[in-house]
Ligand binder design. Structure first.
Ligand code: CUA
Length: 319
């Protein structure tokens, strides 16, 4: 028989906080709905047709007190709920600095996962218990939505953007991963699993799943192999020098300034004509047909690693 439960398993700190908020909202709604229904019944009986009761207006002070008290109470409760959920939302947006980063690429109809150490997987994400994990979500085609009920996390994955989502799993086990945005005929099959492992088991898992090398090193050899290095490491004459690009502000020919984040780097590789750096000719060809998904991710990881040393400083400066 299917496992029917009121709430899915709560496997992250955020999950219990979300549940508390949901219980609070449900309780408030139940109390208010109960009060309204009770009054409907009481008044319905008391003031029924032909009943002999006083139908005049309430004395003035009583009328004011009830009105004021009711409005203030509801307003106060609404502010509490607003503050509570805002604090939660803000916490959910800001990953801790030491969070482990995992790259997730959504495409019709699968989830491709790259670990910085080199391990790759499809439709499953292995993570250690008790350690903050930050996912970088990108889509290759249409809008998908990364949804893990047990962790109470859900994030739309929008093409052309790199979205972040973080969590700390506090229960080991295997949990469902779903796509929660209708993304085509294979949408319902776009499922997977989050495998939360004990930290030691996770280390063992990573060791047992080495890729040829880690993501950034794969990117470094690609950078030379497909010819990026020819223009981009020539002292900035034909093309911008990329030694310190990640996190920097970049001035474009159309006068805009953009932040060189994962989204920008990826777009610059796949659609180089879309954002031309001021002072340069649009001579770079698109690498969309040369680099596949993983290879693009690897090159972006390599570019990020070039300025990883002072990453924290830049993140602070970008705020
Ligand atoms: Cu991807 Cu629905």
């Amino acid at each position: 028989m299917a496992d029917v439960r009121l709430f899915p398993i709560a496997a992250s700190a955020q999950a219990s906080r979300t549940d508390h908020l949901l219980w609070l909202l449900t309780t408030f709604s139940a109390v208010i709905a109960g009060l309204v229904v009770t009054l409907i019944v009481v008044f319905g009986v008391r003031y029924r047709h032909n009943a002999v009761v006083n139908r005049g207006t309430l004395p003035l002070p009583l009328r004011h007190e009830i009105e004021l008290g009711w409005t203030l109470t509801i307003g106060f409760l609404a502010i509490i709920i607003f503050l509570w959920s805002s604090v939660q939302m803000a916490t959910g947006l800001k990953p801790p600095a030491q969070a482990m980063q995992i790259h997730v690429l959504a495409k019709q109809w699968m989830w491709k996962v790259d670990h910085p150490e080199g391990a790759r997987e499809i439709n499953s994400v292995h993570v250690p218990r008790g350690r903050p994990v930050m996912l970088q979500l990108e889509s290759r085609d249409v809008i998908h939505s990364f949804f893990v009920p047990a962790l109470r996390i859900k994030q739309d994955v929008v093409p052309g953007r790199t979205l972040r989502l973080w969590f700390t799993a506090n229960k080991s086990g295997t949990f469902k991963l779903l796509c929660a945005e209708f993304c085509g005929t294979g949408h319902s099959m776009m499922t997977g699993q989050i495998v939360v492992m004990e930290p030691d088991d996770f280390t063992a898992w990573l060791t047992a799943h080495p890729a040829d090398s880690d993501l950034a090193s794969r990117g470094r050899s690609l950078f030379t192999r497909v010819g990026c290095a020819g223009c981009h490491l020539s002292g900035g004459k034909r093309a911008p020098d990329l030694a310190d690009i990640y996190g920097r502000k970049v001035l474009l020919t159309d006068g805009r300034t953009v932040q060189a984040d994962e989204r920008y780097l990826r777009d610059s590789i796949l659609r180089p004509k879309s954002e031309i750096v001021a002072g340069y000719e649009p001579i770079m060809p698109s690498f969309a047909s040369i680099l596949d998904d993983e290879q693009t991710t690897a090159v972006v990881a390599y570019l990020k690693s070039l300025s990883a040393q002072d990453d924290s400083r830049k993140t602070d400066a970008a705020k």
